[in-house]
Design a protein around this ligand. Structure first.
Ligand SMILES: NC(=O)c1ccc[n+]([C@@H]2O[C@H](COP(=O)([O-])OP(=O)(O)OC[C@H]3O[C@@H](n4cnc5c(N)ncnc54)[C@H](OP(=O)(O)O)[C@@H]3O)[C@@H](O)[C@H]2O)c1
Length: 250
């Protein structure tokens, strides 16, 4: 394995944050594997990244909800990365409004499948790759919504909370092989996921989140809030007594 060469496997590569991350990683010398459901979009993105960066950019079909396909998928990714060190950027997510979920149980299952079961499934399938290569960087996009269950977003928030706990355990496992896991908790980011939502404030750009993710992964950080001030905001929110919190309309 060539220590100098690395490939970022980007899961949910049509996400605005993932797209910005893939561009940045390629611009800084890595190959990228763009994985997702929208083949036409990924093809166009891969061509653009390869042209701008001169790095290898390929695509892989990936649906996080197809749990049975995860093992074969990670094998394809490992093979596509060839002789390079594999890194993983997990970006996919699905955030229907809580009121939509309440009206349609199918959305509840889709949200859990995308944000928790699918994420944990593909990470668990990929873990032996990092143990075998004795290194690599994983970045997992969680959310500040996982820090406290709240009235207006508790299905999505609970799935992200479960993912955060899973990431802690997997981090301890992979630490023993020299691989790092950076759990990222963004606040509000200007993407399709939040387009048109009311009550947004302190909104970050996908590019700034991507830069923070890459820097934190390189530094081997365990957990970051993006932008950084969300750590303080969430510390306050976590400390509101439950008897008061349950009355809040947030
Ligand atoms: N935007 C924010 O304010 C914010 C805040 C905190 C955390 N986050 C997290 O940041 C990550 C990136 O989100 P974003 O803001 O960049 O949103 P986005 O642009 O809406 O991207 C979400 C991506 O997830 C993909 N996806 C959903 N379900 C999938 C599945 N079953 N299999 C494969 N891909 C699936 C979508 O693919 P398709 O294009 O195929 O639908 C889409 O590309 C998510 O994990 C999100 O939860 C976002």
């Amino acid at each position: 394995m060539s220590a100098a060469r690395e490939t970022w496997l980007v899961l949910g590569a049509s996400s605005a944050i993932a797209r910005a991350f893939a561009r940045l990683a390629a611009a800084e010398g890595a190959d990228v594997l763009l994985a997702g459901r929208d083949r036409a979009d990924l093809d166009a993105a891969a061509a653009d990244i390869a042209l701008r960066s001169g790095r290898r950019a390929s695509i892989l079909d990936f649906d996080a909800a197809d749990l049975a396909a995860h093992a074969a998928f990670v094998e394809r990714a490992r093979a596509a990365a060839g002789d390079t060190m594999l890194n993983l950027f997990l970006a996919f997510g699905f955030m229907p409004a809580q009121t939509e979920i309440d009206a349609d149980p199918a959305l509840l299952h889709q949200a859990i499948a995308a944000n928790y079961a699918g994420a944990v499934g593909v990470l668990h399938a990929a873990a032996p790759i990092f143990e075998a290569q004795k290194g690599g960087r994983l970045v997992i996009l969680g959310s500040v919504a996982g820090d406290r269950g709240r009235l207006k977003n508790y299905v999505y928030g609970s799935a992200k909370a479960g993912l955060a706990a899973y990431a802690q355990g997997l981090r301890a496992r992979l630490y023993r092989s020299g691989a790092s896991i950076t759990a990222v908790k963004p606040g509000f980011v200007d993407t399709a996921m939040t387009f048109g939502l009311p009550g947004m404030f302190l909104v970050a750009s996908p590019e700034s989140v991507a830069r923070a993710c890459l820097a934190a992964a390189r530094a081997g950080k365990d957990e970051i809030y993006v932008p950084f001030f969300w750590r303080a905001i969430m510390a306050i929110i976590r400390n509101i007594p439950e008897r008061l919190f349950k009355r809040l309309n947030i």
